[in-house]
Structures are given as structure tokens and as C-alpha cells.
Design a protein around this ligand. Structure first.
Ligand SMILES: [Cu+2]
Length: 338
């Protein structure tokens, strides 16, 4: 009896020690798996998260300044992340600890940082990420809230709007616990506008115009960084697919009236709220500047569907994209009659 008693006391002691050790590991983060985030260039989306436990996720980003195509007629001196406009899409899950490693390339002229709308903390992280050319800064944050969030540079010199207007933005998806339902196709689309000045000569590299920005008078309204980028490289799907679009409106000024011509959004998660029941059967949804929306729709009929901002004159400024759907036509759904 006395032996049994002392064994149970000893076992209880070992158990307590194990609990303390595990809690210490959990509180210091060592118990979490450390992984590198797989980031993607628009319109591609990182693969869905299959793990069930939060992880320590490392995200590598680099601020760059580069010349690129804005339209068939003009180039632009972009500022962006990882050499693209928009910047990469990041996918984590709620509860993850995210570590941002932000480099600013040596040949940059400006200092850059990032304000993540998914971050709880001053400046959305920008205060910790001011990065001079040739330097690197790091930020660790816990993804407390699930949602589809915008991120952007928020450096005050020469001005925060100029950093956003030049292309320094992207998306971070914080998946809710249990993940998102299966979708055959996922796309990352960013709407944004550009405020430029130039001589009007074909092929010139346009400059940023603060005056036009202040008047909210954009020369270009585009999807994924340049006029017609999703016309040159359309999104594709097959009849029967459920398409999920992660839609960001980077602004910097305009509110978007997102619409896909010939489709009806089966489900819309307004303003990127992924923990609120979706609205159903919507035609056009508002996406605020500096905000997002997620929509899902099953494609039932083949053909070309056109992504627009239904503030429709913006089509002439570049806001048009294509979704090409292949498959068999069901004439009970759609048919011309003689
Ligand atoms: Cu910047």
C-alpha cells in the first residue's frame, strides 16, 4: 500500500513536470512547427492549409523599385514587393505566429515598411519594419483574427499615399480554424488605380502625380498591376468548378463595385469577413479602398466572363479582366433562340 502510494506520488510529480515543460514550450513557441510561407504572385493563390495546429510561419518580402508595363502605351516606375505589383499573397491560419523578414533592395532610393491590416499592434507592424535601402527588419505577430486582409507600405517620406499609389500592396489571408471549404479554383485579384503625368508619347515611362492623386483623378484603373493584364492572361476554369476569388481593393482612393458579367456570386463574404455567414446570390458587391471581399461561384456554362468595376467608365482606364470557362454547354441554362 505504502509502495503504491509513493509510486502514485512520484507519477503525479512526473506528470506535473511534463505539463510544466509542455506549457513552457508552448509559451515560448518552441512547440510549434516552424515553416517558410509559400507566397504567390497574382493571380495565383498559395495552397490551402491542411495542418490543424498553429505554426511559426516565416515570410520573406523584399521592397523593390522598378520600371514595368502599366498599359500598352506606357510604362511606370513602380515600387512594389518581391518585384511585382501587386505584391505576393500570403496564407496563414488563425493562431499562427507570423515572422516577417522585410528586406529593402540595395538599389532602392526610398525607405519602405509594411502596415498589415491582419496585425494587432501599432501601425499594423509598420513601426517595426522601417527599412532603409540595403537593410533588413523583422516583425513577429500573432494572427488573432481570421479574414482576408490588405497590406501596404506606409512610409511617410515622401508620403504614405505615394507608396501605396506606386504599387506597394498585397493580400494576407488568415484562414479560420478548420480552413475554407473546397474550391476547384482560387484566384487573387487586386484592383488599384494609378495617378500619372507624362507627355502622352507612346511608350514613355510615366511619373506619379500628387496633384491627380489629390483630385482623385486616376489615369489608370487596373487589375493585378497593369491595364488588361487579365485580358492578356485570362483566368481559366471548367464547367462545374467552384471559383473562389480573393479580391483586394488597394485604392488608394476609389471604392470598387465589383461585378463579373454573366455570373452571379453564389456567396459573398463582404469586406473579407470569413467568420460571418456569407450573403448569397449577389450581382455586384462593394469593396472599400484598403479592404477586401471574398466571393465564390460555381461556373455552370462555358464562355468568357468579364471581371469589371461596375463604375463602368473605368473599363476605359484598364479595369477589365477575363475568366474563360471551358466545358459542355447546357442549353437548358442558356441558349439563343431564332
Ligand atoms: Cu514604400
Amino acid at each position: 500500500m505504502s509502495i503504491r502510494f509513493s509510486r502514485s506520488v512520484r507519477n503525479a510529480g512526473l506528470f506535473s513536470a511534463a505539463v510544466v515543460a509542455l506549457s513552457l514550450l508552448a509559451s515560448t513557441g518552441f512547440a510549434m512547427e516552424t515553416i517558410k510561407a509559400q507566397v504567390t504572385t497574382a493571380p495565383n493563390v498559395p495552397p490551402p492549409i491542411t495542418r490543424t495546429q498553429p505554426a511559426h510561419v516565416i515570410v520573406d518580402l523584399e521592397a523593390t523599385e522598378f520600371n514595368g508595363r502599366l498599359s500598352d502605351d506606357a510604362n511606370y516606375r513602380f515600387w512594389g514587393f518581391n518585384g511585382t505589383v501587386p505584391g505576393p499573397m500570403i496564407r496563414v491560419m488563425v493562431g499562427d505566429t507570423v515572422e516577417i523578414h522585410l528586406k529593402n533592395r540595395k538599389d532602392s532610393k526610398e525607405s519602405h515598411n509594411i502596415d498589415f491590416h491582419a496585425v494587432t499592434g501599432p501601425g499594423g507592424g509598420a513601426a517595426m519594419l522601417n527599412t532603409e535601402p540595403g537593410e533588413e527588419t523583422k516583425l513577429k505577430f500573432k494572427a488573432l483574427n481570421a479574414g482576408l486582409y490588405f497590406y501596404h507600405c506606409a512610409t511617410s517620406s515622401p508620403s504614405i499615399p505615394e507608396h501605396i499609389a506606386n504599387g506597394m500592396y498585397g493580400a494576407i489571408l488568415v484562414e479560420p480554424a478548420g480552413g475554407l471549404p473546397k474550391a476547384e479554383k482560387e484566384f487573387y485579384v487586386v484592383q488599384s488605380e494609378f495617378y500619372t503625368k507624362g507627355t502622352g508619347k507612346k511608350g514613355e515611362t510615366l511619373e506619379f502625380s500628387m496633384e491627380n492623386g489629390l483630385m482623385e483623378h486616376p489615369s489608370h484603373v487596373v487589375f493585378n498591376g497593369s491595364a488588361g493584364s487579365l485580358v492578356k492572361n485570362p483566368l481559366t476554369a471548367k464547367v462545374g468548378d467552384t471559383v473562389r476569388m480573393f479580391y483586394i481593393n488597394a485604392g488608394p482612393n476609389l471604392v470598387a463595385s465589383w461585378h463579373v458579367i454573366g455570373e452571379i456570386f453564389d456567396r459573398v463574404y463582404p469586406e473579407g469577413s470569413l467568420v460571418t455567414p456569407p450573403l448569397q446570390n449577389l450581382q455586384t458587391t462593394v469593396v472599400p479602398a484598403g479592404g477586401s471581399s471574398m466571393a465564390e461561384f460555381k461556373v455552370e456554362y462555358p464562355g468568357t466572363y468579364i471581371n469589371v468595376d461596375h463604375s463602368i467608365f473605368r473599363i476605359a482606364k484598364g479595369a477589365v479582366g477575363l475568366l474563360k470557362v471551358e466545358g459542355t454547354a447546357d442549353k437548358s441554362i442558356y441558349e439563343g433562340l431564332k
